[in-house]
Design a protein around this ligand. Structure first.
Ligand SMILES: Nc1ncnc2c1ncn2[C@@H]1O[C@H](COP(=O)(O)OP(=O)(O)OP(=O)(O)O)[C@@H](O)[C@H]1O
Ligand SMILES: [Zn+2]
Length: 657
């Protein structure tokens, strides 16, 4: 270590660290102890109590303060002579432009989301600064090196997108608790407390009331003089009773499945008990909405307890009452948040009642929260190992030791006695639209889709552009920026609402659009190909971007099996997270058996004979890197240590250029 610390390549290096969370804290400490003397840190967050168990540079007294600044101060206490500059800011801010990036010798990411990772990747490419990328989830971790022209860029290989379930599994045939959670969170919770105009696949009509006009009424509309108790009972009976009866009437569906049982509130909870349900003064104050709790109101203490159907029903009614009583102002704009106690309680209760109906085992609030919030608990040791690997790669980059660059996976496989597996970096993907100039193709109905759909679903959601500019030849169709005058803003807003073929410069089959992000210095050409129809279930965006490095949607073989898709959509309910976790984590699924089968044993960090193909998915994002996301590994895949598909059949060796 002593000799390393003296190395001019290290002493003289100027490094940028992005993210001062779980990996970042370990990384900053390791950089400082390894002899780095000029470090910049960017992090946009402030410290939360939940960070303290693993982000060891932070203490209770720092809660609420900038992570970047506190991390800096903590390390300067034991390395006072070095220079650490903190930036409490979003790395996507325009001040962190290409010129800013150019001052660094290497950039090190300790991020937790795909969007920011892509952004940094593009700036590193534009500034020609090497990037060391990382991610962890639980015991799994990954570090990769990206050097323009020598290795792949961060976006050369597909990233897994959040898992989605077919809508029919969520709305009609759940078979796992996670299906009930997705239903409770994305359909019921969203319908009751979220934006009323959002698409929702819940059946909100009832035809068992009086006249035909009732059939068109939305059951979820609360009548002017209706008490919350009455409203709650109506909703309960509709979603757990009536809708289940409706589903049962379709005999075909249940031929090979266990039939669900309708549950009505009067069967579970008496009118008398309903009256006594909860004591609102114990529920917490409306001044602190996130602390309001139905459990407190009902005297339920242990979040690890398994509630009975009656308890779940009591929590359901009490939570509904508290939302309308203490948090009424938020209704209409609420989204599920794992840190919102009342939301977690409501979703747990609703998911459990639905699970009871379908004969699925019930879960405690603690477990339900983990599933709903995609929580895989962070392992501090994994973060420390990954931070060490980042520094090792950074040093090789600074010493221009190209042949030694390694992409490393941190694995947990006791029987194989493997902890860290290095593989050679991958070559640049010649058809990567980020680091090569290969155009993409977009299949889209140019007579139906509006420019707004293109901007939201492609430019922002897929290409992760922050400040896009869209051109057709020399005609500017859309642009974002602070320096636009009113006429331009009005013009672009009008364009957004036009279908592509009706734009001032019509976009039709054969058109080549140029999409550019000035901040990222990233330009992409997109060939437009008109297509009349799209499959609602498999192509929910109503458009398909070809050539984009995203994991393709797996064929649907079983309603019960989660499969990857192209993201959340109105026709697919996204799994609340299992997949995101992996994505956020930036970790890859590895088939350890496959390594042995090919006779390639790991010899150590210098081993050059491990030659697996690039994982088709260096996961990342969703990322929540350091602590979180539920990872679902099928029981029959116990031997796989993975985070995503890695095509082990194609065992070609990837070489550095
Ligand atoms: N666009 C961004 N700009 C700057 N910092 C970012 C950006 N996106 C993410 N980060 C930072 O990356 C860090 C990732 O750390 P980590 O995964 O440990 O997350 P966390 O928020 O600290 O923990 P958790 O989500 O588990 O509570 C966070 O501190 C976060 O603020
Ligand atoms: Zn690339």
């Amino acid at each position: 270590m002593a000799s390393l610390q003296q190395s001019p390549a290290i002493k003289g290096a100027k490094v940028l660290m992005v993210g001062a969370g779980g990996i970042g804290c370990e990384l900053l400490k390791t950089l400082a102890l390894s002899g780095f003397e000029d470090i910049h840190i960017i992090d946009m967050d402030t410290i939360e109590v939940s960070n303290l168990n693993r982000q060891f540079l932070f203490r209770q007294k720092h809660v609420g303060q900038s992570k970047a600044k506190v991390a800096r101060d903590a390390v300067l206490r034991f390395r006072p002579h070095i220079s650490i500059t903190s930036h409490h800011a979003n790395v996507k801010d325009s001040s962190f432009n290409v010129d800013f990036f150019k001052q660094f010798n290497v950039v090190l990411n300790g991020l937790d989301n795909l969007d920011a990772r892509r952004h940094v990747n593009r700036l590193c490419l534009a500034a020609e600064v090497p990037l060391v990328e990382s991610g962890t989830t639980g015991f799994l971790g990954q570090v990769s090196v990206h050097v323009k022209g020598r290795t792949d860029c961060y976006e050369c290989n597909p990233k897994p997108s959040p898992k989605t379930y077919p809508v029919c599994t969520i709305t009609s045939t759940p078979s796992k608790f996670v299906h009930c959670i997705v239903w409770a969170k994305e359909l019921l919770f969203a319908k009751l407390f979220g934006d009323k105009n959002q698409d929702n696949d819940l059946n909100v009509r009832s035809n068992d009331s009086t006249g035909s006009s009732e059939q068109t009424e939305d059951v979820f509309e609360r009548k002017a003089d209706e008490s919350v108790e009455h409203y709650g009972r109506r909703i309960y009976d509709h979603v757990f009773g009536y809708n289940i009866e409706q589903a049962l009437s379709n005999e075909e569906t249940w031929k090979n499945r266990n039939k669900p049982r309708p549950i009505y509130s009067s069967d579970v909870i008496s009118a008398e008990l309903m009256q006594q349900n909860g004591s609102s003064d114990k529920a917490g104050s409306a001044d602190d909405p996130l602390s309001v709790s139905a459990m407190a109101s009902l005297g339920l203490k242990n979040p690890q307890d398994l509630w009975s159907l009656m308890d779940n029903s009591r929590v359901f009614f009490e939570a509904l009452k508290l939302f309308f009583g203490k948090r009424e102002k938020e209704i209409g704009s609420l989204g599920f948040d794992k840190d919102d106690q009342l939301a977690v309680e409501f979703v747990t209760a609703a998911a459990n009642i639905r699970a009871a109906s379908f004969g699925i085992p019930l879960h405690s609030l603690f477990e339900a929260k983990g599933i709903a919030g995609n929580i895989v608990h962070a392992v501090a040791t994994t973060n420390a190992i990954v931070a060490g690997l980042i520094v090792i790669e950074a040093i090789k980059v600074l010493q221009k030791d190209f042949d030694s660059y390694r992409m490393s996976y941190c694995l947990e496989h006791v029987t194989q006695k493997m902890l860290i597996m290095p593989v050679q970096p991958f070559e640049p993907n010649k058809s990567c639209c980020v680091c090569s100039e290969t155009p993409l193709t977009l299949e889209i109905n140019t007579n139906h889709s509006k420019l707004r759909d293109f901007v939201e679903k492609i430019v922002k959601a897929k290409l992760s552009m922050t400040s896009p500019l869209i051109m057709h030849g020399s005609s500017l169709l859309y642009e974002v920026g602070d320096d636009l005058d009113e006429a331009m803003i009005a013009n672009y807003s009008a364009n957004l609402e036009k279908v592509l073929s009706s734009l001032p410069s019509p976009v039709t089959s054969g058109t080549m659009l140029t999409v550019e992000d000035l901040l990222q210095e990233f330009t992409c050409n997109i060939n437009i190909k008109h297509r009349e129809e799209f499959d609602e279930e498999n192509e929910p965006d109503g458009m398909v971007l070809l050539g984009w490095t995203q994991v393709p949607t797996k064929p649907k073989d079983d309603d019960d099996k989660p499969h990857t898709g192209n993201g959340v959509s109105t026709s697919k309910a996204s799994e609340t997270d299992p997949a995101v976790a992996q994505a956020d984590a930036g970790v890859v699924k590895i088939n350890v058996e496959a390594i042995d089968a090919s006779g390639k044993k790991r010899k150590g960090p210098d081993s050059k004979d491990i030659s697996l193909d690039p994982p088709s998915n260096v996961a990342d994002e969703a990322t929540a890197a350091n602590h979180k996301k539920v990872q679902q590994i099928d029981e029959d895949e116990e031997d796989l240590v993975v985070l995503d598909q890695w095509d082990i059949d194609t065992n070609k060796k990837q070489k550095l250029r």
